[in-house]
Design a protein around this ligand. Structure first.
Ligand SMILES: Nc1ncnc2c1ncn2[C@@H]1O[C@H](COP(=O)(O)OP(=O)(O)OP(=O)(O)O)[C@@H](O)[C@H]1O
Ligand SMILES: [Mg+2]
Length: 509
């Protein structure tokens, strides 16, 4: 006897201008399974899921839920059908508290008009406990870390009654411990009878969590199979349509005399006296990549903020090529050659409503090639943009369209292409390959190594130890606002780093 699938999408097609985002895609989700969707940036994964969630209407094709033909005309309709989606870029309202976000559009009432927060809170607390989440429900979203944003999103869809969860790259923004937590949560949800679709670029995650997988390439679903019938290298080949080869990048030895970036006793405190950075001492020399490891929330974000001018320090010395930069503005840092690949690109890196080519040059528009005597040079901007699109394989229909028409990964490539194009001396890269497919991540790695080999300095903050170990010459491990230790990469390994990250010294065993 065959079971009726909970979701069946048949021959779904969707075109945006010249881009065929989905091309007669068949997709089936069985009840109670975790189904992964993989594919390169721009392959059409998010589009397919937005169609399922009623955010886009397909040009053609049909959707069946539990064997019944349905028209999903809006997210509201999707929710009524038991669907919940956690999008690639979170959609919470920053100034609302977690609980206000969760109950939005489904506020429990008492006395007909008053919102009954009490009963909502009790219900949500119970859900959160079941899932092992610890979200401060009455804090505005904007002052919560990104892991809590995701917990809030999950609580929100469950509170609204979802039984089919769609998660678009939920792990891209999480650190390893949080990913383990998320996967435990997904296994629990599955055990309770929910069905889950998860998009990810990390094939080890697919192997770890999914029951089956669908591979997309250039708008088509090119393969679907059970996890037990596949392997990471096979999935990678199906994604790219060719065998994958890695060319290792040589590491040139660079003479090191004076540090480019020098931090001594840098300290920041909040107005309540909490110490966020505690006497940070760090030198970054020309021609080296210094990795910053640490469990999220141990000072990495603040460290990046002080070396890019986004946050003031209360004490200490910061110099760049010998010049004091204490409490200089972001513009000053930029002028002195510091570029910043921000972790939260939607907040700091890009303007979704501006044109793609404008996003590619913003912050650099004063460079002579782009602008002479205050007048922009459209021809040079165009040439630069086309070159960047080509080098980074950024798939666009038209560079005059707004950035938001690009896939998530392609938006990130725009930021990376822009920041790595100028004559920078120090690159501050926070999670530079988040959301990028295997190809693109490799390309960014090679760009960072090339910059290093040309004598530039790179500060690389990453939650992925493999990335840190692959790229860094030295790794500084942060714990509790301090640098616990700085180790040479060839003298350490995952385990040693893991211990330092958790604040366990060798004396503790
Ligand atoms: N609203 C839109 N307007 C125009 N083009 C769009 C729109 N949404 C998506 N596209 C295009 O459709 C294609 C598929 O995009 P989609 O977001 O589905 O890719 P994806 O597989 O999710 O990629 P990523 O891994 O980078 O998130 C891309 O070329 C993208 O530029
Ligand atoms: Mg996407």
């Amino acid at each position: 006897m065959s079971h009726t699938p909970i979701i069946e999408m048949r021959k779904i097609s969707k075109r945006f201008g010249q881009v065929q985002a989905n091309d007669t895609v068949d997709f089936t989700l069985q009840r109670g399974e975790i189904h992964a969707i993989v594919g390169e940036n721009g392959a059409g994964k998010s589009t397919l899921m937005k169609i399922l969630y009623g955010l886009y209407q397909p040009d053609s094709g049909e959707i069946y839920i539990d064997g019944k033909s349905v028209k999903i005309t809006s997210p509201r309709r999707a929710m009524r059908l038991g669907l919940g989606m956690i999008q690639q870029h979170f959609t919470l309202i920053p100034t609302f508290t977690a609980i206000q976000n969760i109950i939005l559009a489904k506020e429990p009432r008492k006395f007909a008009t008053l919102v009954d927060y009490q009963s909502a809170e009790t219900k949500i607390k119970k859900l959160a406990d079941q899932l092992g989440f610890d979200v401060p429900l009455n804090t505005p979203i904007e002052s919560l870390p990104i892991g809590s944003h995701q917990h809030t999103e999950i609580l929100k869809v469950l509170y609204h009654g979802a039984e089919i969860l769609i998660m678009d790259e939920p792990t891209a923004v999480l650190v390893p411990q949080e990913i383990d937590g998320l996967f435990d949560c997904l296994r629990g949800l599955k055990k309770d009878g929910n069905s889950i679709i998860i998009i990810t670029h990390k094939l080890d995650e697919v192997m770890a969590i999914a029951d089956s997988v669908t591979v997309m390439r250039q708008g088509k679903a090119v393969a679907t199979c059970a996890i037990s019938d596949t392997a990471p290298h096979q999935l990678a080949e199906q994604m790219l349509g060719e065998a994958v080869s890695h060319s290792p990048i040589e590491r040139k030895e660079i003479e090191q005399e004076n540090p480019i970036l020098h931090l001594a006793d840098v300290t920041i405190k909040t107005h309540t006296g909490k110490v966020l950075l505690d006497c940070i001492n760090l030198d970054v020399f020309p021609g080296e990549i210094v990795g910053i490891a640490g469990v999220e929330g141990n000072g990495q974000t603040e460290l990046i903020e002080v070396v890019t001018g986004l946050r003031k320090v209360q004490d200490g010395i910061i110099t760049l090529n010998g010049d004091s930069m204490v409490n200089a503005t972001p513009a000053k840092f930029r002028e002195k050659g510091i570029v910043h690949l921000p972790a939260d690109r939607h907040r700091h890196g890009i303007s979704l409503d501006s044109r793609i080519d404008e996003n590619l040059i913003v912050g650099q528009h004063k460079r002579k090639v782009f602008c002479k005597n205050g007048i922009l040079n459209p021809e040079n901007i165009r040439r630069f943009s086309m070159n960047a699109l080509d080098k980074y394989q950024i798939q666009v229909g038209d560079i005059s369209h707004p950035l938001k028409t690009l896939s998530g990964g392609n938006q990130q490539k725009v930021v990376v292409a822009r920041e790595l194009s100028g004559g920078q001396t120090v690159i501050i890269a926070a999670h530079p390959t988040r959301g990028l497919d295997i190809h693109a991540a490799d390309f960014v790695h090679s760009r960072l190594l090339q910059a290093r080999n040309r004598g530039k300095s790179v500060v690389l903050v990453s939650s992925e130890l493999d990335e840190l170990l692959k790229l860094s010459d030295r790794i500084a491990v942060m714990y509790n606002g301090k640098i616990a230790d700085v180790v040479k990469t060839d003298e350490t390994d995952r385990q040693a780093l893991g211990k330092l990250m958790l604040g366990i010294s060798d004396l503790d065993g």
